[in-house]
Design a protein around this ligand. Structure first.
Ligand SMILES: [Zn+2]
Length: 223
């Protein structure tokens, strides 16, 4: 007489491959296990024959959160660094284009760019670096507004406001806020999709900090 044969399938979790990864829940480097779930043919509840792969996931050994395997490719530090580098390149070019907006390379404007970039990058920025950037900017066709348009997508709101603010500081470094500079700055704000209110706010606050000098009366004939 035949006994009752009990067979079926069930998922079995296995996999001990692992390493270090960035766990989004822990917000840090943690150990992980790469797990796979495979369906097995079972006989008397014992998995005997491996069947199809049901899924796979990555499990954090610290908080036990589970993620899709693509989490292993996530490198927040790397993307942060890239964004920061992009922002610095953009800032440098925009400030130099702003310096060129009034057609005069002014000493006080060069000094303002050195100081702004120095604070941003926490180092001493040499005058020669600014001169090199001026030469590069002159060699590439395209103006400030065009350049801003091309970088509008890569900067967040704070980044865009920071760029306009810094450009205004450069524009007013020589004590004057000239029509050509006002024009360039307004076009820049539009190209960066900055709202009118945000733009007006920046102009008001910067001009309050560094009021441009009154235009000098033309020197009269010597007495
Ligand atoms: Zn975790």
């Amino acid at each position: 007489m035949l006994g009752l044969i009990i067979f079926g399938t069930r998922g079995v979790t296995y996999g001990s491959e692992g390493g270090q990864f960035y766990c989004p829940d822990c917000d840090g480097e943690k150990a992980y296990r790469h797990r796979k779930v495979r369906r097995f043919f079972t006989l008397y509840f014992i998995p005997l024959i491996p069947l199809d792969l049901l899924g796979e996931y990555v499990e954090c050994q610290s908080c036990t959160s589970t993620y899709k395997p693509s989490v292993l490719e996530f490198d927040p530090k790397g993307s942060e660094k890239r964004e920061e580098a992009e922002f610095r390149v953009a800032m440098r070019r925009v400030l130099v284009l702003m310096l060129l907006a009034d057609g005069v390379v002014d000493e006080s404007e060069i000094a303002a760019i050195q100081s702004i970039l120095g604070r941003l990058e926490d180092r001493t920025v040499e005058r020669a670096e600014i001169e090199a950037e001026i030469a590069k900017a002159k060699a590439v066709p395209g103006d400030l507004a065009q350049y801003c348009k091309s970088m509008a997508g890569t900067l967040n709101d704070a980044g865009r406001e920071m760029v306009v603010r810094a450009a205004l500081l450069v524009a007013t470094a020589d004590g004057k806020f000239e029509e050509s500079e006002k024009d360039a700055l307004a076009k820049m704000a539009t190209a960066l999709n900055l709202s009118r209110a945000a733009y007006a706010g920046i102009v008001t606050s910067v001009l309050a900090e560094v009021p441009p000098q009154q235009p000098q009366a033309p020197a009269g004939p010597p007495n």
